[in-house]
Design a binder for this molecule. Structure first.
Ligand code: ADP
Length: 650
């Protein structure tokens, strides 16, 4: 009874005339030759479908199969008759993204076979492992095959139904594999090409771009069924992550990449904010898709974002960004492909080559053009850098030339100045020599009359008895004595210049003793306690006259300006490899600080009570200079002075 009902139902179900398969035409599109039942409840089983009431609701397809993002389960029924006994036929749904596809086929014994396929079903469950969904047709004695196809899930339900002869199918598959091989090959090449550039240049743009290539690769690999077949055949759930969830991720990368690549903020604030919003929309779309609330959210976001990239490119180009040319070209293709795909998915357009593959062509073009654009951008950046470097080099060269010219001018000026100074020095030296010769002559000429005057004075002092006259003569004597001193000083001075240096070993003991002795005539000499300290490590050679002038003057001054009570004069001499150091220290009047740097000037006297001519320290300084030494003075008024002379070993 049940079997009778079943046969009755089936005969109703396939009351339609079977579609005839001719061997010559290896590929038959059956969209218009199937009957359709839409199960809104998504609950019906194949047994339910065979029920009479359901069978009566099957309607003939009047064109292509476009159900868009319908959540309902689609039941298709078809009946085909083969005309050649040898031919083997396959039923094919070349839409890998269909989530759950079930084939129910009547067997020659009248029973029904059931085979599973689908985007979310493992390859091992399929009768034929392939990217698309296949069912080998079984024909009864009457050469008729009867099949029900159940298509369920959330993916867009726009797909064709083909019956294809086996050989023809393998041939078509080979072509498809070659086509996709080229497609994925280009993506892989682009990946490595940009990876190498990134490693070399370390520019973030390249890294972002590499991320977009990786996402593109996985989106297409899963959407075309290749990833499901080769990468994770037994884990079809990965199709969901790689296919659907990569869409929000690529949106995030592309938005950031576009902002940086086109320097959008500089050109358009509006598009900048629109791009900024995309990563957030990406997250929302990801959640909507993952939760199933709106499975088309990610796909729609891709269409929207593609439009935003293109608009950004156009606005940036209008505002003068030349790199945008490439960008516009890249996204135009992708946008057209994306739009075709979106319209196909939502059931507006039919499933054909262009609505399916234009987006893939667009993706390859986009990837390639952006790579070229990045290269162009880098080339321009390099050119600009080189230009700047060249300019900097030119500027530096110019500056160098200017500097050289300046240096040359200055050197010439300096040379002129030096020449002038040299001439002036020669003149001065000539004049000095003349002056010295003059001083020498005068001093010598004056020495005789002064000696006579001193002699006459001495005689006068002996003969004159009148006290007043004697006082006058004594005063006159002291002034003549002073005159004598000055003349001697001047003669010493002129000797300093004229004489060539004659070095001899110095006996410091004797030198100091002689110098002290020659100060004996000074009035406070007797009161002074002299102390000497000698540390002679090496024999010191120098011009005796000059060293004598130095020591003589230092001791004489220490005696001259001594204090009235307990005066002392310490002479300290030290010689070693480096040279000679002489210190003459007294506890005399001291020199006010403000005069200390002037006492070495000619005829300079630091106090009203100074008893000398102001020539002594001048001669000393000249002698020290001549011996290439230094002189320092430390002195405090009322406490005393210490003169330190250092002379090198000549
Ligand atoms: P003068 O012949 O007047 O001593 P100097 O050239 O020898 O001339 O000294 C310059 C001045 O330095 C002196 O007039 C004196 O005021 C001061 N002077 C030099 N040595 C001493 C000293 N040991 N103590 C105090 N004053 C000194």
């Amino acid at each position: 009874m049940l079997l009778g009902l079943l046969i009755f139902t089936v005969s109703i179900a396939f009351a339609q005339k079977p579609y005839e398969l001719h061997h010559e035409a290896g590929n038959h599109r059956l969209d218009e030759h199937v009957q359709i039942y839409i199960d809104d409840s998504e609950q019906l089983t194949h047994a339910d479908i065979l029920r009479k009431d359901i069978q009566e609701q099957f309607i003939a397809s009047n064109g292509h199969l476009k159900f868009g993002y319908s959540k309902s389960t689609i039941w298709l029924k078809l009946s085909v008759k083969k005309t050649s006994s040898n031919a083997e036929w396959l039923l094919e749904l070349p839409a890998p993204f269909l989530e759950f596809v079930d084939f129910y086929q009547q067997q020659p014994d009248g029973s029904w076979s059931h085979h599973e396929s689908g985007y979310y079903r493992a390859q091992s469950k399929r009768v034929i492992s392939h990217t698309a969904h296949l069912e080998p047709l079984v024909f009864g004695a009457d050469s008729i095959s009867q099949v029900y196809i159940q298509v369920a899930g959330r993916s867009p339900k726009t797909f064709p139904v083909y019956i294809i002869e086996k050989e023809h199918f393998y041939q078509k598959t080979r072509f498809e594999d070659i086509g996709y091989g080229i497609f994925f090959g280009i993506l892989i090449v682009m990946f490595f090409y940009n990876l190498v550039i990134y490693i070399t240049l370390k520019q973030t743009n390249y890294l972002l771009y590499i991320c977009t290539i990786v996402c593109t690769f996985f989106i297409f690999a899963s959407a075309t069924g290749y990833a499901g077949k080769y990468f994770w055949p037994e884990h079809p759930e990965w199709n969901f992550y790689a296919g659907r969830m990569s869409l929000p991720v690529i949106t995030i990368f592309l938005a950031i990449f576009t902002i940086r690549f086109l320097e959008v903020k500089q050109y358009t604030k509006t598009m900048y904010y629109a791009l900024y919003a995309l990563p957030f929309l990406g997250l929302v779309a990801g959640v909507l898709t993952a939760s199933g609330i709106m499975s088309s959210a990610s796909n729609n976001l891709i269409s929207l974002s593609t439009l935003i990239y293109l608009c950004t490119g156009i606005v940036c180009r209008i505002k003068g960004n030349r790199t945008a040319n490439f960008f516009i070209a890249a996204w135009s293709f992708y946008l057209i492909g994306g739009l075709l795909l979106t319209l196909r998915n939502s059931g507006v357009l039919v499933f054909n080559f262009w609505t399916t593959h234009f987006v893939e062509i667009g993706a390859v073009l986009e990837t390639t053009i952006i790579a070229i654009a990045l290269g162009d951008r880098y080339r321009r950046y390099k050119e600009e850098k080189e230009e700047i470097q060249l300019q900097a080099l030119q500027l530096q060269q110019e500056a160098n030339e200017r500097l050289e010219l300046k240096v040359k001018e200055r050197t010439e000026e300096l040379q002129q100045t030096l020449d002038t100074i040299k001439i002036q020095k020669e003149i001065i030296e000539d004049k000095n020599a003349e002056l010295d010769a003059f001083f020498y002559r005068i001093s010598h000429d004056l020495k005789g009359p002064i000696a006579s005057l001193l002699g006459l004075n001495a005689l006068a002092k002996m003969d004159i008895k009148d006290e007043l006259a004697l006082d006058y003569v004594t005063k006159q004597h002291s002034q003549v004595e002073r005159l004598h001193q000055i003349i001697n000083g001047l003669i010493n001075l002129t000797r300093l210049n004229i004489a060539a240096l004659q070095r001899e070993a110095i006996d410091f003991e004797k030198l100091i003793t002689d110098c002290i002795e020659s100060s004996r005539s000074l009035h406070s000499f007797e009161k002074i306690s002299f102390k000497r300290e000698l540390k002679i490590e090496t024999v010191y050679y120098t011009e005796w006259t000059l060293l004598n002038a130095i020591v003589q003057n230092l001791i004489e001054n220490a005696v001259k300006y001594c204090r009235p009570d307990n005066p002392y004069v310490h002479v300290y001499v030290k010689t070693d490899r480096n040279g000679l150091e002489i210190k003459v220290k007294d506890n005399g009047a001291g020199i006010p600080e403000e005069y200390q740097n002037r006492i070495f000037e000619m005829f300079y006297r630091a106090s009203q009570h100074a008893q000398g001519s102001g020539l002594g320290l001048y001669i000393l300084k000249r002698s020290v200079d001549r011996l290439q030494g230094t002189i320092e003075v430390e002195s405090t008024v009322g406490e005393g002075s210490c003169f330190t002379v250092k002379l090198p070993t000549l």
